[in-house]
Design a protein around this ligand. Structure first.
Ligand code: SAM
Length: 340
């Protein structure tokens, strides 16, 4: 009668020793894998293998999903961003995403050749995806064509423009592969408009501070409401004003984001030149500039008589982007520089 008890006590003791060893000694996983392979080699039959695997899983307390879920899991951040986007859509008067009485001009350069006020419509890329646009066109909420001669069948497609960076572009921009380690870095978005850069940076980036400066009071109020509602005031600051009167913001930043700051908002070409002189003057060695479009294109389009050579160095951002992503081209619009 005593024998089994002794044996089981002995086994218990041995197990305790093994458990103790497991907590203290580092394990050699590769060795265990090799031992496992040797152990399972004799199990040839498929059903036996399945039986054994299910035993291993239950022993290790691992649940294996029989139908693998290929859909990417929606993260909490994705859900918050989607809710912010819906909140902004709800607070704006219509699809064009313009502030009341906002002055918008079409740039007169090769990138927007043929674009006129009549054939161009603003559909914001932060709020609406390409699929949303297709749906809106199908349901008649959004026009896709305009009439060349009234009452005729002579129609042409409308040009869509966006004044915001898209969520996908921003998640790519805030990735470590693009910007490097941004922990403790301060980012300034010049012309922050809806706040797209700031919320996406808050949710998906590592920057310690995200500041947006916006000249239009309507959009400043909108951004302030969002950051208050979503409790993002610990990292995000919104400044109302003209960047040209806030050189300290430029000087204090590590990363400066500029997406078409003046292109659609300033017709006076002299002010474009003043803007770039101001940026050159106040940026310091080591800072990063992220721009849409490239500085080369901006300078060429707006005939900016300043040299890029000696001021900035372009950083190759040829990082892997899934080529089957239909928005592949969007990522290539984002350009990265470092100040020399
Ligand atoms: C194309 S939007 C970019 C929005 C945002 N940065 C993004 O990428 O989603 C440019 C914004 O710059 C603002 N802006 C134009 N001139 C400015 C200035 N001198 N100072 C501050 N903001 C300005 C405009 O009102 C507009 O909202």
């Amino acid at each position: 009668m005593s024998e089994p008890t002794n044996k089981s006590n002995k086994r218990k003791k041995q197990e305790e020793i093994v458990e103790q060893d497991e907590t203290t000694a580092p394990i050699d996983l590769e060795l265990i894998k090799k031992q496992f392979k040797d152990l399972v080699r004799p199990i040839k039959d498929n059903d036996d293998r399945l039986d054994f695997i299910s035993f291993v899983c239950s022993h290790l307390n691992i649940q294996i999903d029989p139908i693998p879920d290929h859909k990417p899991k929606e993260s909490k951040q994705e859900n918050v961003l989607a809710t912010i986007i819906q909140d902004i859509k709800d607070s704006l008067p219509d699809i064009t995403t313009e502030a009341p009485n906002e002055f918008i001009c079409i740039p007169k350069n090769n990138s927007f050749k043929g674009y006129t006020k009549e054939n161009t419509i603003n559909v914001d890329g932060f709020l609406y995806t390409d699929e949303d646009i297709d749906e809106m066109v199908e349901s008649g909420k959004l026009q896709s064509h305009y009439c060349l001669d009234c009452n005729s069948k002579s129609v042409a497609t409308l040009n869509y423009i966006s004044h915001s960076t898209t969520p996908n572009q921003l998640k790519y921009m805030f990735s470590e592969a693009f910007l490097g380690d941004t922990t403790d870095k301060k980012l300034l978005d010049i012309g922050s408009r809806l706040g797209s850069v700031l919320y996406t940076g808050y949710l998906f980036g590592q920057c310690s501070k995200l500041t947006g400066i916006e000249i239009n009071q309507f959009f400043v109020d909108l951004q302030k409401n969002i950051i208050k509602k979503y409790k993002m005031t610990d990292k995000i600051d919104i400044v109302h004003g003209d960047i040209m009167k806030n050189s300290d913001l430029v000087q204090q930043s590590d990363i400066i984001y500029m997406n078409n700051v003046l292109e659609f908002f300033q017709e006076n070409k002299d002010l474009h030149i003043e803007f770039w002189k101001f940026i050159q003057k106040h940026t310091k060695k080591g800072m990063k500039l992220v721009t849409i479009p490239s500085l080369e294109e901006s300078f060429k389009n707006n005939k900016i008589p300043l040299k890029l050579k000696g001021w900035v160095k372009k950083i190759d951002t040829d990082i892997p982007v899934p080529e089957d992503d239909p928005t592949f081209g969007d990522y290539q619009e984002i350009h990265l520089y470092t100040i020399l």
